[in-house]
Design a protein. Structure first.
Length: 294
């Protein structure tokens, strides 16, 4: 059995940990509200824009001529991995890394064997983890969450788009945590480039006639780059909200675990203290009886 001093020290340590986890939970809850508002307000626009691109491209010939829809034999692959800068958020980051490794194994194993899979991390944790595993990492935008705004996401997207049109990459994938609620995040892996036409499940839907102003080509070619940039920004906002939700949940569980441990330690402390007092009483009684015998 541990001594009273050791148990007391552990109680003090667990109390300090509980205060930290409570504070981190409150901070994450405050940040989550802002991050959740940002993604919920932006998501309908991004979804409608993607639907518009898909529908218009399917009903016109201009989309097929865009450099962002050009399909080439897959030799060089870029995977954009969106994680957080900090830990203490449960399996938030490790799940994205696992999904990235699974994607590479399933779709790009031959390219990875040739060293032709490159990682572009948005967030430090994913970049550090995958770099340790031997992948080539483009870390230019790894600190994107320190300057989280559309301008930074647009710059990152433009760099990727330019590299794709120049033939540096043949396919670009993006992996991130999609925010559902504070306790649930869903791993999403989406092909960013080349843009692919989404199939319409309605087989009775015929070709729709559109009136274009100023012109069919200008509209489609203007919307495509915007949709790609919005896809990157949406992934970053989704990941940001998911991170705060995951950290709030993780800190809540950590606080509960600390409280349970504290309860167990207090019981142990009281038992040890009671045993110590009992021993002292026995020693006193034994000493008194020894004096009487003399």
């Amino acid at each position: 059995m541990a001594s009273l001093k050791e148990v007391r020290n552990r109680i003090v340590s667990v109390n300090s940990t509980t205060q930290i986890t409570k504070a981190m939970k409150m901070v994450s809850a405050a940040k989550l509200r802002r991050a959740q508002d940002a993604i919920t307000q932006m998501r309908p626009y991004a979804t409608k824009l993607n639907e518009l691109i898909s529908t218009v491209s399917a009903n016109t010939e201009v989309g097929a001529t865009s450099p962002y829809t050009k399909v080439r034999p897959v030799e060089n692959v870029l995977i954009i991995v969106v994680t957080s800068d900090r830990g203490l958020c449960g399996a938030f980051n490790s799940n994205v890394v696992k999904a990235t490794l699974a994607l590479i194994q399933e779709k790009y194993a031959s390219q990875a064997a040739k060293g032709k899979v490159e990682i572009m991390p948005l967030g430090k944790k994913g970049g550090e983890s995958l770099q340790k595993r031997g992948f080539k990492v483009n870390a230019e935008y790894m600190d994107i969450f320190q300057r989280l705004n559309f301008a930074t996401a647009r710059q990152a997207a433009e760099q990727v788009m330019e590299a794709f049109t120049e033939g540096k990459y043949d396919v670009v994938e993006i992996i991130f945590n999609e925010f559902k609620n504070a306790a649930t995040q869903i791993i999403r892996a989406e092909q960013m480039l080349p843009l692919v036409e989404k199939k319409n499940d309605n087989s009775n839907a015929g070709k729709t006639d559109y009136i274009f102003e100023p012109s069919e080509e200008e509209i489609v070619l203007e919307l495509m780059p915007k949709a790609i940039k919005m896809q990157v920004f949406k992934a970053v906002l989704d990941s940001n909200a998911s991170e705060h939700g995951a950290r709030m949940t993780a800190m809540d569980k950590a606080t509960d675990n600390a409280n349970e441990l504290l309860r167990t330690l207090k019981i142990e402390y009281n038992r040890s203290r009671q045993a110590a007092i009992t021993n002292e009483i026995l020693e006193i009684v034994g000493g008194a009886e020894a004096l009487k015998a003399q």
